[in-house]
Structure formats: structure tokens, C-alpha cells
Design a protein around this ligand. Structure first.
Ligand code: IPE
Ligand code: IPE
Ligand code: MG
Length: 252
């Protein structure tokens, strides 16, 4: 039963909506297992649920939604499962574009895209090109993404600048590292949500999450909807984000 009633109310006053939100879409396998279905059915249900999350985030006024779809570690799964996932991404992101267009959502991909199958690389490129002028929200899909890989990549780019004599090692700053990540214009997420109960980052947005609030839900990703998102935003409204300083009330 819906905790907050069946109507979606995006103007509630007890929530705080992050401008930039990260979601680790975890729990597809457990969702399928509970229903005695193959894991691939869980991945399909998870992909379908991404549409609902986009509608909900747009409704609430999130500007940047970064979702973790496939990690650099997920290649270690059985080949069958990896192949099914790659085929699902190809099918899903091509078909999904019409709906994204209707919602005025720009789609971007973050990760080691060159390491993906050629057909999927083309789907990613097409999706980005078609949606480049959409303004309401950005959906960032982290695919073949690893936080460490992203930092490694940034360091390599900066090292090349040093080698070419454009900068000295002493010129390297935190900002320079941020500017060399995959999508430097996307703000760091204020909040990261992980469905399915695991209390870990699993290599998601390691640099960007330095001061993100973290919220874990027991709900499995394919079941994650308005009620859970609203609970997360209510909880986030009560967080005291001190950034190493003092609470607002304690500042003199
Ligand atoms: C997340 O669901 C999807 C990917 C990692 C690609 P899982 O497949 O990890 O689901 P669980 O954790 O086994 O339930
Ligand atoms: C994290 O989930 C990656 C994605 C959701 C894409 P995993 O299921 O791969 O993470 P672990 O193995 O539980 O850390
Ligand atoms: Mg998992």
C-alpha cells in the first residue's frame, strides 16, 4: 500500500530536493530471485523502472540525475549476463529516446564508453546528439563506469599537460582534477540513494561524493518508486550538512 497515498504530490513542504542526485540501481537479481525469475527479468524490470525514476525526479525538480547502470567491475559476471545487459542497454536507450524527448530530458553517458560494444557506443552517441538541446533535466547514465577509473583517466590527462611543459606538478589543484573528470559541468551530487540495502559505494562517483549525503533503502531497485524517493527527500531535509564546519545555529 502506498505510504503517502496514491497521488504524487511534488509540492510537499517536508522534502528537500537535491539539484544533483545519484542513484545506485541495485537489487535486480534479488528482485528476480524472489519471483523465481531469471536475473535477466530483473534487469528488464530495473530498466523499466528508470523511466519512472526520471518522471519522479523531473516532477520534483531535480536537475541532474546520475544513475549507476554498469560498473567496471560488473564485467566479472558470467558472460551470458553481461551480454544480456549490453543487449538490454542497446534496446532500451534507442527505444527510450522518444519518451525522453517528450519529457525534455537530455541524456548523457559517463564512463569508459570506448570499452563498450560498438553498437552500444553508437546508441550512446546518438542518444547524446539527439538530446543535446533539452533543458528540463539531465539524465546521466554511468555505464562501464568506475570512480577509480575516472580519477585514473583525469590523472593521465593532467600528467600529459605536465610532460608537455604546460603546467608544473605544483600547479595541480583539486579543481584541476574535477575539471578532468568525465562530465566536469555536472555538479557533485548532494544526495546518493542506494536501494537494496548495501552500505557501500561500489566504486560510484568516488571523487564527486566527497560531501554527498548517503541514503540506503531496503526496497529493491525495480520496486523503488514515489514513496521511497519521497522518504529519501524527507530524510535529506533533516540532514545537517556541515562540510567540516559548524551547524548553522552554532555559527557566530
Ligand atoms: C544491479 O542489480 C544491476 C547491475 C549491477 C548491472 P544486481 O544484478 O546487482 O542485483 P543483485 O545485487 O544481484 O540483487
Ligand atoms: C553496483 O552494484 C553497480 C550497479 C548498480 C551498476 P553491484 O551489485 O555491482 O555492487 P556490489 O557487487 O554489491 O558491490
Ligand atoms: Mg548488486
Amino acid at each position: 500500500m502506498a505510504l503517502f497515498g496514491s497521488k504524487k504530490d511534488y509540492s510537499r513542504t517536508d522534502v528537500k530536493v537535491p539539484e544533483s542526485l545519484g542513484v545506485i540501481m541495485d537489487g535486480n537479481g534479488r528482485w528476480a530471485k524472489k519471483r523465481l525469475l531469471p536475473r535477466s527479468a530483473g534487469h528488464r524490470a530495473g530498466a523499466e523502472n528508470l523511466k519512472e525514476l526520471c518522471r519522479l525526479c523531473k516532477g520534483y525538480g531535480v536537475k541532474y540525475l546520475t544513475v549507476y547502470a554498469f560498473s567496471t567491475e560488473n564485467w566479472s559476471r558470467p558472460k551470458d549476463e553481461v551480454d544480456q545487459l549490453m543487449n538490454l542497454f542497446i534496446e532500451f536507450f534507442d527505444k527510450y529516446d522518444a519518451e525522453l524527448e517528450e519529457e525534455d530530458i537530455r541524456v548523457r553517458f559517463s564512463g569508459d564508453i570506448k570499452g563498450l560494444p560498438d553498437q552500444l557506443q553508437e546508441v550512446c552517441k546518438r542518444g547524446e546528439e539527439r538530446s543535446v538541446n533539452r533543458k528540463t533535466m539531465q539524465l546521466i547514465v554511468a555505464i562501464n563506469y568506475g570512480g577509480r577509473r575516472e580519477i585514473e583517466n583525469a590523472v593521465r590527462k593532467i600528467a600529459a599537460e605536465v610532460r608537455e611543459g604546460r603546467i608544473e606538478p605544483s600547479d595541480i589543484t583539486e579543481k584541476m582534477i574535477s575539471d578532468n573528470l568525465y562530465l566536469p559541468d555536472v555538479p557533485d551530487p548532494e544526495l546518493i540513494i542506494r536501494p537494496s540495502g548495501e552500505m557501500r559505494m561500489s566504486n560510484f562517483l568516488l571523487w564527486e561524493s566527497a560531501y554527498s549525503e548517503f541514503w540506503v533503502s531496503e526496497c529493491l531497485w525495480p520496486d523503488f518508486g514515489y514513496d521511497e524517493l519521497t522518504k529519501a527527500f524527507i530524510d535529506y531535509a533533516g540532514r545537517d550538512r556541515r562540510f567540516g564546519g559548524l551547524s548553522k545555529g552554532e555559527k557566530k
